[in-house]
Design a binder for this molecule. Sequence first.
Ligand code: GLU
Length: 419
Amino acid sequence: MPSLLEEVESILRHIVIDVLGYSEEVYEVLRVPERVLQVKIPVKTPDGRVRVFVGWRSQHNSALGPYKGGVRFHPSVTMDEVVALSIIMTWKNALVDLPYGGGKGGVRVDPRKLSKWELEQVARGYIRGIVEYIGPDRDIPAPDVNTDPQVMAWMMDEYYRLTGDNSFAVITGKPLELMGLKARIVATGYGVAIAAREAARRLWGGVEGRTVAIQGYGNVGYHTAKFLHEMGAKIVAVSDSRGGVYCPDGVDPEKAKSVKKKTGSVIDYDGDRCRKISNRELLELDVDILVPAAIENVITVENAPRIKARIVVEGANGPVTAEADKILARRGVVVVPDVLANAGGVIVSHIEWVCGRTGDRVGYEEALKKLEAKMVNAIDVVWQLWEAEFKPKNEPMRDAAYTIAVQKVLQAMKVRGWL
Ligand code: GLU
């Protein structure tokens, strides 16, 4: 199976050369990241042991502004994966019209195996490694898989200790005490729910009563479930890394959250007619809407022919492979791509960044309203281009999204004199 980086590069190549008609050189100029840092993070434990972790920060493109993107802590993250994710961030930020380029970070670590103290050392050590290359006008890290507001607080504080700049705008996704926004926590899931609602509105007139399966019950999966439930959809299946549960009469998102909190997994959820299912089964359920909100490469050429949902909304980054995307498009399945569907997080990060610079505060409702307006607008623009140019040829919505984003970045590169 191709890696996420190969996937992201092949889509970019297709858009730049086949769709937009540019040369191989232009593709190369867009593909190669501007800078990739590898850092060593040694952690000396109080009992005298030394452990070493490795992390990366990939700064893909800065034509539209400072690099922006999250940092994930994961035992299997690789440099290539971080580069791929930074490329995705470039298109995502461009698509929702943020004044940012694309960046991403990762540390190869299993945070569940660290004490709180060790986790803090990893967060601080990571910032020590990249401190010269980040800043409110350089590169602004944020949360991603397995990182949260507390980790962001340590990162911001380490930046302060090292540079003397007590900046609220160098990191987003911070706790409320450090000019973080309450809306940031729910933002990605809320945006995913809006993407699902907007797609459902176009297909069926609304999302009310539609059945939904969600893979992944972390911050994104849970909030997607919560908001879709509030919008009147029926969540019938949820899962996490240990497996899932299918309840034809509906899953209560709050109950699933408390079960996961208590037992460590949603598989212990019980209710009338509920049964345990595997992650594989969840993806192939006969539902209206499927939301893969866990990890990449879960819908591939192998299972794409068996996906029964009419709408797939990418809550995670890269869950549908490029080949699977084509198969789904030919089968009439609408895949709302990650660069559009999960942009809610970075949209609210931008509001937080602006607040961090000005000292102003934006309330929960206002932030979510802004998020909704930006998402609805971006979906409109992408959907229109997709219907006009790509859908008639059975080509994925991702192609339309990338076409818009790539053109925006190319324009900025041109006016800066890079091309
Ligand atoms: N990690 C999130 C993403 O993949 C958000 C990044 C941010 O807020 O900068 O879009």
